[in-house]
Design a protein around this ligand. Structure first.
Ligand SMILES: *Cc1c(COP(=O)(O)O)cnc(C)c1O
Length: 401
């Protein structure tokens, strides 16, 4: 029955990723709609009291309340799980809801976390400011250096938390080494895979335990909704994450889930084209700025490792002007590329991280992680790369570069 093939794993697990991105998770109602139905409902009604009692008791399958399950959200969760190669996935209201849930659901007072020091600003805030309030300590390290991971382990280390490439320094973490090390010590790895998605990098294949997402970025990819997701084993998702999520409620709205489902249909196409464009723009910019941090260019100190782990370079890189004044001047001189702090979008967007995404991180921590005052981050979109190069060229000339 084609109506339900998308939810039958004995079928969908044999599909290749681009097919899964279009069809996995699709569950069709009796109307046989081609596009996924949008179930904008908070609750459900039942034919009799015994049915609802059985569902609440976990003895029967079925919806009970949209903080617990929703058919549109479930379609997205199944699609992401299949694409990621994960046993299970739960969608969250935003990327930060996903990171917070992935960490707090498994950590308790007295636990210790090792985290990459180069990270998205709010991920650093979570580790540096939120966890200590609950008696959870952390060590932040230069995650490019394998020896630092090993040296930071304590008897109470419970979680390794990192993103690769990191936002916005483009530091690369050696997935195989770090996941192997964690396994050896019984530590859970939580990988924030926002810069890649499963279209470019699949951390579970390297032995990661949990993959957490901002689906706001490449998955939606068209700048419309906030969304997040956490993927892992059935055991982790059902027994560790779900009790936290169901009782605290960081759930994704069905409408936003539906938008991300539409985004995933074109993920493979967009990520491949944006990676190609990103490489062209990076090659142009390399000789015109002080320094470029671009995993697709041989000048990146971890270029080889990046290209082993990733299928392509992705849509994002950062580069350095002399100081904040010159970086702001370049932003102000752009005519096509927008000044915006989002990434993964089909539009090219540039931002000055020290005064935006990493404003909430102390100046000291910014310096330590390499977010300099002159750093700019560019997300390369789906425009013709020649138009982007011409815009950058005119902006650089207008500020005397
Ligand atoms: C954007 C981002 C987040 C946060 O996601 P939101 O959807 O904005 O909450 C987390 N991690 C990384 C690496 C990001 O780029």
């Amino acid at each position: 029955m084609k109506r339900t093939t998308g939810t039958d794993r004995s079928i969908t697990k044999h599909w290749r990723p681009a097919t899964q991105a279009v069809r996995a998770g699709t569950w069709r109602s009796e109307q046989g709609e081609t596009s996924e139905a949008l179930f904008l409902t908070s609750g459900y009604s039942f034919d009799d009291a015994a049915t609802v009692a059985a569902r609440f008791a976990g003895e029967a399958q079925g919806m009970t309340y949209s903080r617990l399950q929703n058919p549109t959200v479930a379609m997205l969760e199944e699609r992401i799980a299949m694409m990621e190669g994960a046993e299970a996935c739960r969608a969250q209201a935003s990327g930060m809801a996903a990171m917070t849930a992935a960490m707090l659901c498994q950590l308790s007072q007295g636990d210790h976390v090792v985290a990459a020091r180069a990270a998205f600003g709010s991920c650093r805030w979570l580790v540096d400011s939120l966890l200590p309030r609950f008696g959870i300590t952390s060590t932040t390290i230069d995650a490019r250096d394998n020896a630092q991971w090993e040296a930071a382990i304590q008897p109470n280390t419970k979680v390794f938390f990192f993103e690769t490439p990191a936002n916005p320094t483009m530091d690369i973490v050696d997935l195989q080494f770090v996941c192997d090390l964690a396994r050896k010590h019984g530590i859970t790895t939580v990988v924030d895979n926002a810069f890649c998605t499963s279209a470019l990098q699949r951390p579970l294949e390297f032995g990661a335990d949990v993959v957490a997402y901002s689906a706001t970025k490449l998955m939606d990819g068209q700048g419309r909704v906030l969304a997040g997701a956490v993927c892992g084993t059935e055991e982790f998702i059902n027994n560790v994450l779900l009790p936290f999520q169901r009782n605290t409620g960081p759930n994704l709205a069905p409408f936003n889930a539906w938008v991300v489902l539409k985004g995933l249909e074109t993920l493979d196409l967009r990520v491949k084209r944006q990676s190609e464009n990103c490489l062209k723009v990076g090659k142009f910019l390399e000789s015109r700025v002080n320094r470029i941090n671009h995993p697709g260019l041989p000048s990146h100190p971890q270029h080889e490792l990046a290209m082993q782990q990733m299928d392509a370079c992705g849509s994002i890189f950062s580069f350095e002007m002399t100081d904040r004044k010159e970086a702001h001047a370049l932003l102000d001189a752009l005519k096509l590329i927008d000044i915006s702090n989002n990434i993964g979008d089909s539009r090219s967007l540039m931002c000055h991280n020290a005064s935006t995404t990493h404003y909430s991180v102390s100046a000291e921590a910014r310096a330590e992680m390499g977010v300099t005052e002159g750093m700019l981050r560019l997300n390369v979109g789906l425009e013709d790369p020649q138009d982007l190069i011409e815009d950058l060229d005119q902006a650089l000339k207008s500020i005397g570069r």
